[in-house]
Design a protein around this ligand. Sequence first.
Ligand code: SRM
Ligand code: SF4
Length: 575
Amino acid sequence: MADKNRTVAASLDQLHENERIKSDSDYLRGRIKESLLEPITGALLGNDHQLTKFHGIYQQDDRDLRDERRKQKLEPAHQFMVRLRLPGGVLSPDQWLTLDDLARTHANGTLRLTTRQTFQFHGVLKRNLKATIQGINAALLDTIAACGDNNRNTLCTNNPEQSWLHSEVYEYAKAISAHLMPKSRAYHEIWLDEERVAAGPEEGQQEPLYGATYLPRKFKVAIAVPPSNDVDLYANDLGFIAITGDDGQLVGFNVAVGGGMGMTAGEPQTYPRLSDVVGFCTPDQAIDVAEKVLAVQRDWGDRVDRKHARLKYTIDDHGLDAFRAEVERRLGYGLEEARPFEFTDNGDRFGWVQGVDGLWYYTQFVENGRIQDTDGHSLMSGMREIARIHDGDIRITANQNLILGQVSEENRPRIQELLDQYGLTGIQESGPTRRASMACVAFPTCPLAMAESERSLPGLLTRIEGLMADAGIAEAGIIVRMSGCPNGCSRPYLGEIGFVGRAVGRYDLYLGAGYAGQRLNKLYRENITEDRILEELDPVLRHYANEREEGEPFGDFAVRQGYVAEVQEGRHFHD
Ligand code: SRM
Ligand code: SF4
């Protein structure tokens, strides 16, 4: 605590504007209450849109309508994205039904599963925001800190083949999320009408961990259970890798720090970076370790340049050894040496699997995480009917898919019937490459999108699948990821084939990531159209079909054959 927000105290004027906004916000209250009541505009007032992020709410506008509205001299079609905090991605069927209902009454009629195991609503109007949050709260869910400069949704491996460990490890995901959650009551006062307790001595202590200016930037934690790396552990600021003893029981976690994907085009001082494993801690130390890693980043992170403020840059600036030493100093003990482990892949296991608990788990492919009814596939209606009869839980994966968990033997045929009836089985029969693919949201809601992503990957994949079929490798599962800009929300730098949007219809093409999420890919072609993408990929896919070694993943092949150089040390420094 001694040096907390030292930099802030030095001089707010010299820091990034957001530091003042946070500092002046009265612990995330700002004028949000007034903003919500202002009828003249569909937007929030002043800087309140920066503060609502800490409550899981982003102000956006419909970019499909932007030009037309500008011509008509209308303000942008303001609307909001609302993101849930859902540690480990687990919810009940009743909670699903609430979210489904809110999506249809208060949002754009779809639900969006995210790459961090949670839900987003899009298209919520200002006048419906409060009712949406209250509806979420009534289902015992919340949106606290789902965005903003704080700890984001905590990921946890959901692989049903490891169900005996899942319940134990999931408890850590929940505990870390709760421990690192902002403690300000602003959320409860603004959205849930809680009365503010009169100012007293405790006023100054509203955020014992974060202080008045929270973190320099977002902070992300994941827990993985090897051999599955379905959470892309190395892409997180802080990762815990579950280590089991000979009896299969949890003995502790390897600790990894400094991962992140985001970069800015043309700014080589920004780069994706995979985290480094720095040691091992016992289960009862995990929360303390999470707190101290976050605290060092709080105090050492860059509060001047937000593009240089993530933990990965703090670590590269100070050196890994110095960072680890500071964490250990604050812990009061050293981390043990990391234990051996192996990740085999970062994908999901589709279809039915029986857990050691005797119950059944069904993983459903959801293309780019969008839950909606389309021609032939009534995913939204089907899931509604399934949730009505399902007596287990529902789990979201970090690959934007969902799992029906703990299905009883007796309920399984009924659920299968609904899966068939609503066309979910049809979606499931997509080829292995499509099922391993992910795209971020991008247009029309994301303000940062430079190119289409969610709306364009399905069509591009059809063309890539065509090339693969012609080359005789339709059955190969290649990890393809697309992002609409270099921020990398679909973790495209971990795609065996990665597309990163540069302008409408143009993408950077990356090749060569590791199949288990252990190696970044590398830029292969810059700023090319979809037609050029296919021209470029065709010979590489044919080469792969003819000369791959037994079981060799496409990313490894692309590196071995020299299409791209191997990325060293988990860092993606630009050529
Ligand atoms: Fe992201 C910003 C969507 C996962 C890196 N991300 C955004 C915003 C909120 C745009 C904005 O700032 O206004 C996007 C909203 C789009 C929309 O309309 O819904 C957005 N990010 C998403 C989601 C929904 C993508 C998806 O298709 O699933 C994911 C929501 C996760 C969640 O539930 O919490 C999402 N974003 C990620 C990930 C992947 C991950 O966390 O594993 C990353 C890369 C990992 C990382 O953080 O480095 C990611 N998002 C970013 C960045 C770049 C951060 C950086 O350090 O440079 C931004 C831009 C920013 O923060 O300035 C961003
Ligand atoms: Fe938006 Fe870029 Fe993230 Fe895609 S990668 S959702 S375009 S910020």
